[in-house]
Each structure stands twice: as structure tokens, then as C-alpha cells.
Design a protein around this ligand. Sequence first.
Ligand code: GLU
Length: 339
Amino acid sequence: MRASELGINDIGIAVDTGPVPPDDRIDALTEAAYRRALEHAEGSVADYIPILAAVDPEGFGICVADVNGGVHEVGDTRLTFSIQSISKAFVYALLCDTVGHEAVFDMVGVNNTGLAFNSVVAIELNDGHPMNPMVNAGALATTALMPGGGAAEKWDAVRTGLSRFAGRELRVDEEVYRSEAATNHRNRAIAQLLESYGRIQTDPLDVVDVYTKQCALLVDAHDLAVMASTLADGGVNPVTGEKVVSAEVCRDTLAVMAASGLYERSGEWLFEIGLPGKSGVAGGLITVAPGKVGIGAYAPRLDSAGNSVRGQVATAYLSRALGLNIFASDSHFSGRTNE
Ligand code: GLU
């Protein structure tokens, strides 16, 4: 979505303002972001996973979790939904934390494909390379590499790892899991294609099963904000104080999210909002302002690329109003010369 569509042209220059403002100011801006986004009823809910089509399209919550442990939330922030593709960012972080930056760089990659998240053509065009962890090929390769000899151990590593990011035990929405498991033929094809290229060296259908469960983990906007704030806080969950991954892993994960987090609209998002983000087809959206805040949003009406419309509008406002855009600067020229 463009700045004009996002309604942020009246907010003025977005400059990194240093530490986040006091709690009452963040509360007020979160409320304002919610109100602005509420006016947007465009977009439609996902239906390619049959059960997702049955969701209430009006559910909407926005939550900001700062690195000091403060949580600011408005709307349906405790309404649960399946995490879907947002899980990809956190499983990637867990894998990098276990096997290291270099190995994951080679095996999964970091470059944008320019094609849909579930593209088979992208795999063929790149000689079987999954390209990046935010598309399904890369996410399946990532899940396949998680520690553990079999599917049960890998699933345990995924579920407990994501729960540490959230600061509570996450559980699977069985209905969503079953609905996707019955219809995920394309993901099975992608996993088998990766196996044929030697990119998955364990049972590809087991990998798809773990991935499908990971996508069906239930979260709310509050959880997403806390998970995002852990990536903003050098890998320490600011609410529980637990160190989940290293600061280096957060840096790597945020770079990948910035490049590919919002499907084919990732460039547009970075251009307008200036922050790493990741969306999922159930309507969740996370955004990370490093060293400052994590933002979690939920609103199931999506744009044509699969990104929550209200989530984008509310986050765009917060990026501007809180001065979060990582590319924005103001002149600090003080007359000093190099002589
Ligand atoms: N489970 C979904 C799939 O693999 C995730 C889609 C998404 O959120 O982008 O198709």
C-alpha cells in the first residue's frame, strides 16, 4: 500500500527520535493508530485454507510492546488466530541460533524471489535453491534443519522455541491444522521438489507436517508484540527477561524480514514504513523497531498480496508518529569541518 492509501502523508517527517516516549504517549498513539485503521474495511479474508474463510472479518487489535517491558494495547488484542507465515521468522531465528549464520546463509539463502510465497517456479529458476526463509521453500528447508533426529523432536524444538518468544506456552489450533493438512498439496510438492535437489535430507512429508503445525500455532496480537519486541531487544524477551536467541541472530532475522517479510510488497512496505515486518495469511502482522518496540497487529482482511490491511495502516501510523523508521534522519550539522 502507498503512503496516500495508508493515510500517513499528514504526519510529517519521520525522524528517529531516540528512546521511545513515555507510556501515556505510546498509549495515546496506539489508540490513534487503532482509530485510523478502523476506518479501513477494504481487503478480504484468506480462503485458500478453508477454515480461515469462516473468521469474523471485523476482529482487530493492535499492541505495542517496548523493550522496557511496557505493553500498550487497543482492541481485540486477546483474540487468537493462527500465526501462519509469521512463524517463519521465529523458526529461522531459532535455527540460526543453533547452527550459526554461515550455515543457514548457504542452505536457506537471504535473497528475495520476486515471486509468490508458495512459488514452485522460483525454486526451478534458482536451481533448487530455496532462496530465503520467508517463502515456503525456505521455510520448509528451515524447519527441516531444526535440531532433532525425527519429526517429533523438531516439532518440540519449534513449539517450545516459539513459546519462549511469546513468554507463554503456545498450542496448536487443531481445526486449522487439520484444514491445512487436508489441502496443502502444493507445500508437499515443494518439499518433495526440494528433496529432489538434495535441499531437504529428511522425510519431506514429515517436514510439511511440522511446518503445517507450526503455522497453526495460536497467538494473539499481544503475543505477536511480545515476540516482536524480543527481536527488538537483542533476543531477550522484555516481559519475561528470558534470553531466547543472541543479538546477532536478531540482526540477521530482521534483515531477512526487511527484504522479504511482506510477500511481493516487501519493497513497498520498507519504502513506506521503514521497518522489518512479517505478515501471515490469517491476518497477523509483526513489525520490529530495533532497540525500541515490537508491534503486533491482527485484522484478517488482507490486501491482494496477503498482508493485513488494518494492520498495515495502524503500523504505518505508529512508525511515523513514534519516529521509528530506520532510514529517517534529520540534519545535525553543527558547523564542524574536517580540518
Ligand atoms: N501455512 C501457510 C502456507 O504455507 C502460510 C501462509 C502464509 O501465512 O503466508 O501456505
